[in-house]
Design a protein around this ligand. Structure first.
Ligand SMILES: N[C@@H](CCC(=O)N[C@@H](CS)C(=O)NCC(=O)O)C(=O)O
Length: 154
């Protein structure tokens, strides 16, 4: 009788199940299309997100909760061994090679080159200024731990 009661309680109470089952999230990308891995408070991911939206690219977004440490699960590390967002995975998209891309600046330029147009200036000086700021961003954020405590206030 006690077992039956426990069984009913277990099957009817998703909150209890959730707190007992530690099943890690499966981060495998979709078989066809563009999968974008992001965390909503990540500035790097937001840059990619903006360029995807601006160019009207169809994609499936998968949130990786950095505050819960989901970037350190083996399923995620198989995509990016550095354990960071953003990641863009392209699979079976016409006229685009399959690829797994990380590093926001590189992804932004890829999206622009492959699916968009108009964000990269044709004027060589303006184009260099664009790269200058991209380099500045990378240099100034290098080797600095992600300020998740600051992100929490965004
Ligand atoms: N240079 C990389 C930086 C990526 C990066 O640091 N991402 C942060 C979020 S903004 C992250 O995923 N941090 C998770 C961690 O360090 O555990 C880029 O521009 O994409």
């Amino acid at each position: 009788m006690a077992e039956l009661g426990l069984f009913l309680f277990w099957s009817l109470c998703p909150i209890v199940q959730k707190s007992f089952s530690n099943k890690p999230k499966d981060f495998r990308p979709q078989e066809k299309g563009i999968t974008f891995y992001y965390f909503r408070r990540s500035p790097c991911a937001r840059r990619v997100w903006m360029v995807l939206l601006r160019n009207g690219v169809q994609f499936k977004g998968v949130e990786v909760n950095l505050l819960k440490g989901e970037q350190r699960t083996s399923s995620f590390l198989q995509l990016n061994p550095q354990g960071k967002v953003p990641i863009l995975v392209v699979k079976n998209v016409p006229n685009t090679p399959d690829c797994v891309l990380y590093e926001s600046s590189a992804i932004v330029l890829f999206v622009e080159e492959q699916f968009g147009g108009g964000l990269v200036p044709s004027n060589p000086v303006h184009r260099t200024e664009m790269r200058m700021w991209m380099n500045w961003f990378l240099e100034s954020s290098r080797d600095r731990p992600t300020p998740l405590s600051l992100l929490g206030s965004l």
